[in-house]
Design a protein around this ligand. Structure first.
Ligand SMILES: C[S@@+](CC[C@H](N)C(=O)[O-])C[C@H]1O[C@@H](n2cnc3c(N)ncnc32)[C@H](O)[C@@H]1O
Length: 195
């Protein structure tokens, strides 16, 4: 494992096209969830957004308050170009560390961000998510239900997540994900944590 999963590390992964996590399109567990949202004014945050294919989907569906944050500056520069017409309007793109971000959101989306972080940060991740959510806000998305050798990605199990989130979120749902992409079928959990 790289000891320092910092901005340089992630920037290099994009620069060297070592992006095995990147599926190239908005993922079905997330788009199906977005399709159930009727209020397009919900403030949505996508931390560790990567190429952020979900952003295009949300914009197309008319969502008005989308924020993405990623620690890799060359990546966010690409996103800023790609989404230039929307930046400063429906979309805010932030280059920086999620753990230093301040804000207030109705929905925060998880997809291969948790597993990219050093496992020593897991409690901090949960607490930070809780802080960033407005009352009634939700952390929603997918987590791996499997182990990996080395990492990132760093795996985990339903039991581990249950224990981890229970310390902070009293309203929790962790279920097998029924609409994962084929390579992740049966090894993903769909989570909903409500503040
Ligand atoms: C495994 S990638 C996943 C990207 C995207 N979620 C996807 O599914 O394609 C992890 C992402 O998290 C970003 N990242 C890692 N640590 C971060 C941090 N502390 N704050 C913000 N972004 C971070 C990386 O730059 C990378 O884009």
């Amino acid at each position: 494992m790289s000891s320092k999963l910092d901005s340089q590390y992630w920037n290099d992964r994009y620069r060297n096209a070592e992006t095995g996590w990147d599926i190239g399109y908005a993922s079905p567990p997330l788009t199906n969830y977005f399709d159930q949202l009727t209020d397009k004014n919900k403030r949505i945050l996508i931390p560790g957004c990567g190429n952020g294919y979900e952003v295009a989907y949300l914009l197309e569906k008319g969502f008005q308050h989308i924020t993405v944050i990623d620690i890799a500056p060359e990546l966010t520069a690409i996103l800023a170009k790609k989404y230039a017409p929307n930046v400063g309007k429906e979309l805010t793109i932030i280059t920086g560390d999620f753990f230093e971000h301040r804000g207030n959101y109705d929905i925060i989306i998880e997809q291969t961000f948790f597993c990219a972080l050093n496992p020593s940060l897991r409690t901090q991740y949960v607490e930070k998510m809780f802080d960033l959510l407005a009352p009634g806000g939700k952390l929603v998305g997918v987590l791996f239900n499997r182990a990996f050798e080395g990492g990132p990605p760093f795996g985990g199990s339903r039991e581990e997540y249950e224990n981890l989130f229970a310390k902070t979120f009293s309203r929790r749902s962790i279920e097998p994900c029924y609409n994962s992409i084929p390579p992740r079928r049966d090894v993903e959990l769909f989570i909903r944590m409500e503040k």
